[in-house]
Design a protein around this ligand. Structure first.
Ligand SMILES: *Cc1c(COP(=O)(O)O)cnc(C)c1O
Length: 362
């Protein structure tokens, strides 16, 4: 049996047919930027996540950069960022000319609770990341940020579908950022992203920024950029959104199989809380000090895995920053993402789990 980590060519044939029809309809219509599909997508997200403003844009990295620019964060400013995340979170801080201040994560990869110690006079914002789809402690982060008069930008790129007390990831902070990169829980067939905010002024600013600083046709009031979403991607996302609950249920059902089968292994750490509402089961990350051996063993059995991520950001050349980041670093050494996606079968998950049991018994 071969189990790829993720193979997007496996999208259900019924859904593939709908996507093709949608593309054909758009081709006949001739609208490729803006239009009804984009409006519908934004309204659907607003309703589903209970947020006043949803501004679709070109990708999740742009969403984060737009958030920083809308908050007027730039040179001389500092932004607190977890040491372990996808590079975008730190990259955007540098793109706007500000300085990322890295802080360690907790053992599960979320910004460590004592991050407030990193606040200085220059600090303008903190960017908690809901790594692997599990929500950071937004109550206490927002409270501490408010007390220190700094902004919160939520990197919810991995957390579409994650909620706590009914409040969706991405709707807690001043600005929430989503990515619809194809591998995310809600993924386009290309690139797309979104900013979320309750604040009308911020929303207006972002809308102007994504469209060349243009408030009315040919009236440019600021230096913006082009970060509009493709109409075609918005249309595909509208279709995927209609399937989202079904896909989430499949993810959770499969994650449950992993938890049941792998529960008894003393040398393997599991994402115990992955079935809870505050986790969208984006990634199933196990931990073991035999990570590389396990990964090779599974590879020989035809099973694809991934590492999120093999390096902490402050160890990367462009972001080099000294400091101790023990929890984040441990995850880079011990974390292994098992295949988990709506296009896997129970048989495949059983095969992966059985293979892992074999590895630890050998
Ligand atoms: C995917 C991701 C992003 C960036 O999204 P893109 O749409 O790929 O630009 C940012 N932050 C995190 C944590 C991500 O996982």
């Amino acid at each position: 049996m071969k189990v790829p980590f993720l193979d997007l060519s496996r999208i259900d044939s019924e859904l593939k047919e709908e996507l093709k029809q949608k593309f054909a309809a758009l081709l006949d219509k001739g609208v490729f930027s803006g239009g009804e599909e984009v409006d519908l997508f934004e309204r659907s997200i607003q309703n589903q996540l209970k947020i006043r403003n949803a501004i679709a844009c070109a990708n999740g990295t742009d969403a984060l950069e737009l958030a920083l620019r809308a908050l007027q964060i730039g040179p001389e400013d500092e932004v607190i960022v977890p040491a372990l995340t996808w590079v975008s979170t730190a990259e955007v801080v540098r793109i706007v000319g500000a300085k990322p201040i890295f802080w360690d994560t907790d053992e599960k990869g979320l910004l460590r609770a004592d991050w407030v110690k990193a606040i200085s006079k220059q600090t303008k914002a903190v960017i908690p990341v809901h790594l692997y789809g599990r929500m950071a402690d937004m109550e206490s982060i927002c409270e501490a940020a408010k007390a220190s008069k700094i902004a919160v930008i939520e990197d919810a790129a991995q957390a579409f579908g994650t909620t706590r007390n009914g409040k969706a990831a991405g709707t807690w902070a001043d600005i929430g950022c989503l990515s619809f990169y194809p591998t995310k829980n809600l993924g386009a067939l290309g690139e797309a992203g979104m900013c979320l905010t309750q604040d009308e002024e911020i929303s207006k600013k972002i809308r102007v920024l994504i469209n060349h600083g243009q408030v009315n046709r040919d009236e440019h009031v600021s230096v913006g950029r082009n970060s509009r979403i493709d109409t075609i991607q918005a249309a595909f996302l509208n279709l995927f959104l209609g399937r989202f609950d079904v896909f989430q249920k499949r993810r959770k059902d499969l994650a449950k199989v992993y938890l049941e089968k792998l529960g008894g292994l003393p040398k393997l750490g599991l994402p115990e809380d992955i079935l809870a509402d505050d986790h969208n089961a984006h990634l199933f990350v196990v931990e073991t000090n035999q990570r590389d051996e396990l990964r090779n063993f599974l590879k020989e059995k035809g099973i694809g895995t991934a590492i999120h991520y093999p390096k902490i950001i402050p160890d990367m050349e462009p972001y080099r920053s000294h400091g101790d980041f023990p929890n984040a670093r441990k995850l880079t050494e011990q974390g292994l993402s098992l295949p988990l996606n709506p296009w896997m079968t129970k048989e495949e998950v059983n095969y992966v789990a059985d293979s892992i049991v074999d590895f630890f018994r050998q």
